[in-house]
Design a protein around this ligand. Structure first.
Ligand code: AKG
Ligand code: FE2
Length: 271
């Protein structure tokens, strides 16, 4: 168990630097600090709480075919623990996705015509982890985000997953773990290096991503990663992070009648 956090934190400007592009090419991820001010973080948290209140009141089970995961907070109150397409239900979140700095990440796709996938995949996802009795979401086993393409019988399209971290999470409080460099692996390793979502244990080579509130990370969709459960319980274990895909290729929006994707049948394994 030798995870480490010994990697550079960068600053995101209107253009990526050569150093940033080279780091991403080799390692498959980048970590930018700071991306958002404390006020912006608070505004995004408030916006997610408004969407949550609405979905709880309406008993929303799926959005565009993607199941919404509910659980209990430290005080026993019901919360949304995994949102999908959150920006479709919040002007504040929709506006946030217009931040021009997302555009500066498009060259990492190495493909023409990048876009923020607000209406595709699972749209803007918000993950809310808390380690407490009644919580349905405190960790996520090993996976790659690009497996979804394989299930659809598609060629694996270029995809970046951009994380906007709303809580500060030192490695001692669980959080994101990456196997750097695995974005360049053969397909066999993308399929079989770990048991998808079932393997939850540490890897000798994993990198622990340590965040401050307002940090931004980006990882290649083909890279193996997991979310480690916090060894802490209650309030101290809380971790909220938003993800939005950056993709290229044919526009493939989801809509109210979209079928539930096969890969989301794994969602019950995530607890
Ligand atoms: O919560 C995180 O940092 C990662 C979540 C994740 O890997 C996913 O939702 O696919
Ligand atoms: Fe993921």
């Amino acid at each position: 168990m030798s995870s480490h956090s010994d990697y550079p934190r960068f600053t995101l400007g209107s253009r990526l630097t050569d150093e940033q592009r080279e780091f991403f090419r080799v390692h498959g991820f980048l970590h930018f600090r700071p991306f958002l001010s404390p006020e912006q973080v608070q505004a995004l948290l408030r916006a997610s709480e408004e969407v949550q209140a609405k979905w709880l009141a309406e008993g929303v089970e799926k959005v565009n075919g993607v199941p919404i995961k509910y659980g209990k907070d430290v005080d026993g109150s019901p919360i949304v623990q995994r949102f999908a397409f959150a920006s479709h239900h919040s002007p504040v979140l929709r506006e946030f996705l217009q931040d021009p700095r997302f555009t500066s990440l498009f060259p990492l796709l190495e493909a023409p015509g990048g876009r923020v996938g607000e209406n595709e995949k699972d749209g803007l996802v918000i993950n809310h982890y808390v380690n407490v009795t009644g919580s349905e979401f405190s960790q996520m086993g090993w996976h790659t985000d690009s497996l979804r393409d394989v299930f659809y019988g598609k060629r694996i399209g270029p995809m970046l997953n951009v994380g906007v971290h709303l809580d500060g999470t030192p490695a001692t409080n669980g959080g994101l773990r990456l196997l750097a460099g695995t974005h360049q692996q053969p397909l066999r390793d993308m399929l079989f290096r770990k048991k998808y979502y079932k393997d939850v244990g540490p890897d000798d080579n994993e990198i622990a991503v340590e965040t401050e509130p307002g940090d931004l990370t980006v990882h290649d969709g083909r890279m193996w990663h997991r979310v480690a459960r916090s060894p802490l319980v209650g309030e101290a274990s809380r971790r909220r992070v938003m993800y939005v895909p950056i993709i290229s290729g044919k526009y493939d929006p989801k809509h109210a009648k979209s079928a539930t994707p096969f890969y989301l049948r794994f969602l019950h394994l995530v607890k």
